[in-house]
Design a protein around this ligand. Structure first.
Ligand code: ATP
Ligand code: MG
Length: 651
């Protein structure tokens, strides 16, 4: 039997811990990191190891001390001075890479741009001067509310060039979400656009921004990128066109030498668990983390064409569209629109067109592709691909194998990367030339990262389930929650009295030490005294040939404490019925055990998700328990949950 089908049979036993898939030989031989000794080196002298990593960057002044840990406050590379935009641009140009393509930009409507490092450098320098001319100084906050256009990258790097702190707000967020973030960060300037394109329709970004700006007294100036070219209201004295300012700006702006611990950005989390938190990242440690993980995990070669499909409004966009790729001088693809526009093969066409070698996307997208069918990827030439990545949620083994077979054609390793807005960079994943893969497992902590499963008391669980924790500080860790020290301590550090970082995720470790993520701790269900993970039941449901996607929650139950309710999206061509419900309940029982059998299955065409594609289980719990809906400001589509609520109340 070939390794894939062999593994697939094994996956029949869910969460198979036995079978592994070795990285393909030719990948292994050429990998940047081939020798597992790297784990030992990191373990033997963690600080020295991280110092070596930091030397990949260009510093104006070296640090005097690697780490100061005053739990829960960390400082890394103390006394060191550097500039993020210098590291992402100037140094590549000095190394004669100015002509290398930095960004192949693909607009949804077919517009394209190919921008070299020199081009990006020129844009960034001019915008940096524009920001200065508008009174923006080191430490000031600048809000960015843009679609996926190159100007989003220019704006972020322009801020970092002059030491301004950017706070990017996802371009699809509502006016209220934008308003709250601007006010929380006290931003002085907003960079936005006249509009954007999504599924062929115009998104009225400026109209939304104007609604927010009515209640953001801190904003003094607004810079507007022209994307749509329609007439929009511009407020005299406040609003300025990007292209007008750009034309008049000076060509060079000296990068500001920043302290390693100066703030690089504030980014609000996606809000799956409640009110978004303004996560603070600083310059030296963050840049070290994203720069080196980019190289290890994506095994970068100078001729790679990298494509991370995340929006810049999400941390994945910050770390693996902007700072990771650019600080490594990579050529990347940036795509503005939806994966199914105009057809469901848009991603595959883009890969074929630009000969993408590395694809980094999310399980939610992979499950959508599965639902649409293999005819779409089959219609394109994907032979340029050599490595695949996944991020955002646990990837169920079924989706992992689908991705491996139908996109990677069995020769691309998959890196399932676990990390958070708070961790800044990838923490747990395989080194693609070394680690044997297990479909559905994020595998092991990266060198230099101490990750453990802890129990309630903070004791290490070598094999079994519990709370995922990072037990030593790491360079790219968050430095706090903007304006709320107490919430920082309470959320991440109070569980084990400041000794270890509480990530909020449940996970299991198998006998080989591999991590299997089970979902948010708040989402884990307690049925008749047994912990059952949402991820596990969802995975069992998706394993059935009728099911495209599912979301599972625990609701209060008089007898069992909690009972399982499953929201199920069927694959095209299947219809909801009593029989289907019975079959699926039985399927889950067989896969996991009678305890995990859902009490109720509700067929739906969609489940509520954040703009970064994560299922909002807390809202589904509100629906299933008949409560009023909690905070919905970060939802991708609030109609989905209203519709579900109506449907559920009828049942
Ligand atoms: P909030 O903290 O506001 O609820 P969020 O946690 O969804 O928002 P992010 O920081 O974007 O915001 O997401 C990080 C979370 O995503 C992780 O804590 C984890 O639950 C999940 N996650 C990300 N990657 C993976 C992965 N490879 N495997 C399992 N879970 C993952
Ligand atoms: Mg989180």
């Amino acid at each position: 039997m070939d390794p894939v089908s062999q593994c697939k049979t094994e996956v029949d036993v869910l969460w198979s811990e036995e079978k592994t898939l070795q990285p393909p030989e030719n990948f292994k031989n050429r990998a940047n990191v081939k020798d597992p000794v790297i784990y030992r080196q990191a373990f033997q002298d963690r600080l020295k190891f991280w110092e070596e990593c930091a030397r990949r960057l260009d510093w104006y002044q070296p640090w005097d001390k690697v780490l100061e840990w005053n739990s829960p406050f960390a400082k890394w590379f103390i006394g060191g001075k550097l500039n993020a935009s210098y590291n992402c641009l100037d140094r590549h140009i000095e190394a004669h890479l100015g002509k290398k393509i930095a960004i192949y930009w693909e607009g949804e409507n077919g517009n394209t741009k190919a921008l070299t490092y020199q081009d990006v450098y020129e844009h960034v320098n001019k915008m940096a001067n524009v920001l200065k001319s508008m009174g923006i100084r080191k430490g000031d906050r600048v809000a960015i509310y843009l679609p996926m256009v190159p100007e989003a990258i220019f704006a972020m790097l322009a801020c970092s060039r002059i030491g301004a702190v950017h706070t990017v707000v996802f371009g699809g967020f509502s006016a209220e979400a934008l308003r709250d973030r601007i006010n929380d960060a006290q931003a002085k300037l907003l960079i936005t656009a006249d509009g954007g394109w999504r599924r062929g329709a115009m998104v009225p970004i400026k109209t939304m921004a104007d609604a927010a700006l009515g209640q953001t007294p801190c904003i003094e100036h607004v810079i507007v990128v022209q994307r749509i070219g329609q007439d929009i209201p511009m407020k005299q004295g406040r609003d300025h066109w990007w292209h007008d300012l750009w034309e008049k700006a000076e060509a060079y702006c000296e990068p500001e030498p920043m302290d390693a611990e100066d703030i690089l950005y504030i980014l609000y989390t996606s809000g799956t668990t409640g009110k978004p938190k303004g996560i603070v990242h600083t310059t030296g440690g963050y840049l070290t983390g994203v720069n080196v993980t980019m190289d290890w995990v994506f095994d970068l070669k100078s001729n790679d064409v990298f494509w991370c499909t995340a929006d810049v409004g999400w941390v994945t966009g910050h770390s693996y569209v902007v700072y990771g790729p650019m600080s490594n001088g990579v050529t990347q693809v940036m795509y503005e629109g939806a994966p199914d526009f105009p057809e469901r093969n848009r991603f595959w066409e883009i890969i074929q067109k630009y000969k993408v070698t590395i694809l980094y996307t999310a399980p939610t997208a992979i499950r959508a592709f599965m639902k649409w069918g293999v005819q779409w990827p089959k219609s394109c030439d994907l032979s340029s691909l050599r490595l695949l990545g996944s991020v955002g949620e646990p990837i169920n083994p079924e989706a992992w194998l689908w991705y491996y077979e139908n996109i990677g054609h069995g020769h691309c390793p998959i890196v399932d990367t676990w990390w958070q807005t708070e961790t800044g960079a990838i923490m747990i994943t395989s080194l693609p030339g070394i680690t044997a893969m297990k479909p559905g497992s994020a595998t092991k902590a990266l060198p230099g990262i101490d990750a453990e499963i802890l129990n309630e008391e903070g004791e290490i669980i070598k094999e079994g389930g519990g709370f995922l924790s990072i037990t030593s500080p790491w360079p790219s860790m968050l430095r706090g929650i903007w304006g709320d020290v107490q919430r920082y301590k309470d959320t991440y550090w109070s569980k084990w009295q400041g000794k270890s970082y509480f990530a909020g995720d449940g996970a299991r470790r198998d006998k080989d030490g591999y991590f299997w993520f089970m979902g948010r701790v708040d989402d884990i269900m307690l049925v008749a005294g047994h912990n059952i993970s949402t991820a596990e039941v969802e995975s069992a449901l998706v394993d059935h040939s009728m099911v495209a996607e599912s979301a599972v929650v625990g609701v209060s139950d008089e007898v069992k404490g909690q009972a399982i309710v499953a929201f199920v999206i069927l694959k095209d061509g299947n219809r909801p019925s009593k029989e289907a419900e019975g079959l699926l309940k039985e399927h889950v029982s067989q896969k996991i055990g009678a305890l995990a059998r859902p009490k109720q299955i509700l067929f739906t065409s969609d489940v509520p998700k954040t703009r970064s594609g994560k299922i909002m289980r807390r809202l589904l719990r509100d629906v299933a328990e008949g409560r009023a809906l909690g905070d919905v400001t970060t939802l991708a589509d609030s109609l989905v949950v209203a519709e579900l609520k109506k449907q559920y109340d009828e049942v």
